[in-house]
Design a protein around this ligand. Structure first.
Ligand code: UD1
Length: 369
């Protein structure tokens, strides 16, 4: 087999949490190209998220180049999206093969493209490989397991991930501990964070409000459970406003909610710079997201996670995150601790230093040379 002279890597992005992870990788590849690297990329957007609020705004704010290809898969069940992405990405590879497929995170697009690529023997690189919640009830956990079982090069965010991969049979030379690209994006944009338009009108000030995000099926799909959770939040926050950017999935359950606590401020999904401004200055964050717990860790903001498990244990062992489970009754004691000034201060996990994209681009250059 001849060595490609200008190797082409497909960079795959499909859903909101992918966009902040690919930005620093693309920027680092561009920087290497400017220095004479022959590495090329093809940005493939699967179209899993397609709204401006879930996708377009992130491209603009984070200066992500326009996708070279959009597979336009759109909404559907997990199987429909997986099948649609696989079919369309396989067609792309058959028409114009790449030398590697780089996937990030754990969304449906990640798994679907990894499968299509590996079946055509296009090597797969997985960014954020090896993390595990152990909870097969989360679609993301299935995506992680499947993707990592057919990945050639693992780019990892933590020693725990390295160890998970070794236990599952990955060889040391396949594992590259590079750090966290999501944190590259956060650190690169810290000075650009800006308040949303409603900031002043709502009387928000640093430390006088909470931010909440909820979108996991376990928390938002059952109307009764969701109503209990929302009312427990209302009781635990001692009258402070709760800014709640509502994910499209959550909006459906929210619309049917009989009554809402007075301080609940529901707003549309926020663009990156506005969302992280809200997080940075919040008294605390209440969430069931994984990525948000990494951002709060680096920003040093107390974070209460409404889940029983996490694939990102360093946000708890090192950072400011605490898992309280999904029972709404656990919220009040957790926030009481926060109001009493007893929340842990937290530190920054190893290699979450803002240079992960550069390390990944350098590795791709070497691995595909
Ligand atoms: C997906 C990811 C999840 C991630 C989340 C962040 C998987 C399995 N899950 O979940 O890990 O945390 O994104 O947002 O990949 N919709 C819109 N506009 C869009 C996209 C979707 O209104 O641009 C609607 C869909 O029609 C659907 C709902 O949002 O009703 C859910 O979208 P979907 O892509 O199925 O998964 P998420 O729940 O967003």
């Amino acid at each position: 087999m001849s060595t490609p002279r200008s190797p082409l890597v497909d960079v795959i992005a499909g859903a909101r949490p992918n966009f902040m992870k690919i930005a620093p990788i693309l920027h680092a590849i561009q920087a290497r190209q400017a220095q004479g690297s022959k590495l090329r990329y093809r940005l493939v957007h699967t179209g899993q998220h397609y709204d401006a609020r879930m996708s377009g705004d992130f491209f603009t704010q984070l200066n992500i180049p326009l996708p070279d290809v959009n597979l336009e898969v759109g909404s559907g069940t997990q199987a429909e999206q997986t099948a649609g992405i696989m079919t369309k990405y396989e067609r792309l590879l058959l028409d114009a093969r790449s030398d590697a497929c780089l996937v990030v995170g754990d969304v449906t697009s990640t798994m679907a493209c990894a499968i299509a690529a590996q079946k055509l023997r296009v090597p797969v690189a997985h960014v954020e490989a090896g993390i595990r919640s152990g909870d097969w009830g989360m679609p993301e956990e299935i995506n992680r397991l499947v993707t990592d079982s057919i990945t050639n090069w693992f780019f990892t965010t933590s020693e725990v991930a390295n160890s998970n991969l070794r236990k599952s049979g990955a060889r040391d030379e396949q594992i590259h501990f590079v750090g966290n690209t999501m944190i590259d994006t956060l650190l690169a944009n810290l000075e650009r964070l800006r308040p949303p338009a409603f900031w002043a009108e709502a009387g928000l000030q640093p430390g006088n409000y909470f931010v909440m995000t909820l979108h996991r099926p376990a928390n938002v799909d059952d109307p009764d459970g969701f109503a209990k959770l929302i009312s427990a939040v209302g009781e635990a926050v001692r009258g402070l406003p709760v800014v709640f950017p509502v994910h499209p999935r959550t909006a459906k359950t929210l619309a049917a909610l009989p009554n809402r606590p007075a301080g609940l401020m529901t707003v549309d999904p926020q663009p990156y710079l506005e969302f992280n401004h809200l997080v940075r200055h919040a008294k605390g964050v209440i969430t069931d997201s994984g990525g948000v717990t990494e951002e709060t860790t680096v920003l040093g903001v107390p974070c209460v996670t409404l889940r029983d498990s996490t694939e990102r244990p360093e946000t708890v062992t090192v950072g400011t995150n605490e898992l309280i489970g999904t029972d709404p009754a656990a919220l009040k004691p957790a926030l009481d601790k926060l109001f009493a000034g007893q929340w842990k201060k937290g530190g920054i996990p190893e290699l979450w230093d803002g240079h992960t994209g550069e390390r990944i681009a350098a590795l791709l250059d070497r691995l595909l040379a």
